[in-house]
Design a protein around this ligand. Structure first.
Ligand code: RIB
Ligand code: CA
Length: 318
């Protein structure tokens, strides 16, 4: 069975980092490249986080830096949720690697044309890079096997009552991507808010005999602070992990065809994803249900599948 080729456009970010660990650990994935965008923290920080985390995990996937700010709105961030550096206070050795010379948008267009129909594109941050790739080549997304976006919501927002962070951070880019006609699945808060890193799940991950377990558990515990403060939950929603789980285990998700438009009007609704039943033509697949146990099983299986991450039980106790 050939491995699934994946590119992830991300803004690490705690849950982006968790998704990257699952992709790198999973033996059924070939992580082709990582493209990085502004988002949870500045592009400079998200790029360094990607380089440092991939180096720590032993991944040789190239990293491409993308857009430092949205297409037209002002730049926002979420350091209050992900921490000043963006990965929950976890400190990593500085990677010896540097970003590749191409921009993220240039890399997305090149890979799509070099390997048409074979690469799955996951997008777990603001969609600025993906929109820029469409501006370079309007048909580029149709050359990916599929596009899976963590963003939006069929119900409420998290950054405003109406808008989810990835969309709110660049709603104009999101509108361009959603209207592109690509085969696109949207995984919004209505689904990802079912995927909670409860204390039992964090303990289960921490107990795995790998050197990645502890930093992942610490990231999840840091992430929980914001979710406990905002929703009184006992764990954080691990949004971005859902895109990787969907790519590998789509049966763990239920989708419905919907028209999705982004509200671009200044005001309380700015950035809302307006989802309506698809009556014709251009529809997105919108996730309506997710089996959260299978999402975490995917993560734990990926962590245990990477021999290079294994440590002895004694080392685990220190
Ligand atoms: O709203 C959640 C999304 O915004 C996640 O992708 C998180 O990493 C932030 O980018
Ligand atoms: Ca993200």
């Amino acid at each position: 069975m050939p491995r699934k080729k994946i590119i992830i456009d991300c803004d690490p970010g705690i849950d982006d980092a968790i998704a990257l660990a699952a992709l790198i650990g999973c033996p059924d994935v070939e992580l082709v490249a990582v493209t990085v965008t502004h988002g949870n923290v500045s592009l400079e920080r998200t790029t360094q986080n990607a380089l440092d985390w991939l180096s720590f995990l032993g991944s040789k996937a190239p990293v491409f830096a993308g857009c430092a700010k949205p297409l037209s709105r002002s730049t926002i961030a979420a350091a209050d949720i992900h921490g000043e550096h963006g990965i929950g206070g976890v400190t990593l050795p500085i990677a010896p690697q540097v970003p590749a010379a191409e921009t993220a948008a240039e890399a997305l267009v090149r890979y799509a044309n070099e390997q048409p129909g074979t690469i799955t594109l996951l997008a777990t941050g603001p969609l600025t890079n993906v929109a820029m790739a469409l501006q370079l080549e309007s048909s580029v997304l149709s050359k990916f096997e599929q596009v899976v976006v963590m963003g939006g919501s069929t119900t409420e927002g998290n950054t405003t009552p109406a808008a989810e962070f990835n969309i709110f951070a660049d709603p104009h880019a999101a509108q361009i991507v959603f209207a592109s006609g690509a085969k696109l699945t949207m995984i919004g808060l209505n689904a990802t808010h079912q995927v909670i890193a409860t204390p039992d799940r964090v303990a289960s991950i921490r107990a795995l005999p790998t050197y990645v377990s502890e930093p992942l558990a610490r990231m999840m515990e840091f992430y929980k602070i914001a979710y406990n403060r905002k929703y009184d939950w006992d764990g954080a929603a691990i949004h971005d992990l859902c895109t990787a789980a969907f790519a590998l285990h789509p049966a763990a998700f239920k989708v419905e065809p919907m028209h999705v438009a982004v509200d671009l009007n200044e005001g309380a609704e700015f950035g809302r994803t307006i989802c309506s039943p698809a009556t014709s033509g251009r529809a997105l697949s919108v996730v309506t249900e997710v089996d959260s146990r299978r999402v975490f099983d995917f993560l734990e299986s990926a962590l245990l599948s990477a021999p290079q991450w294994r440590i002895s039980a004694d080392a685990q106790r220190t």
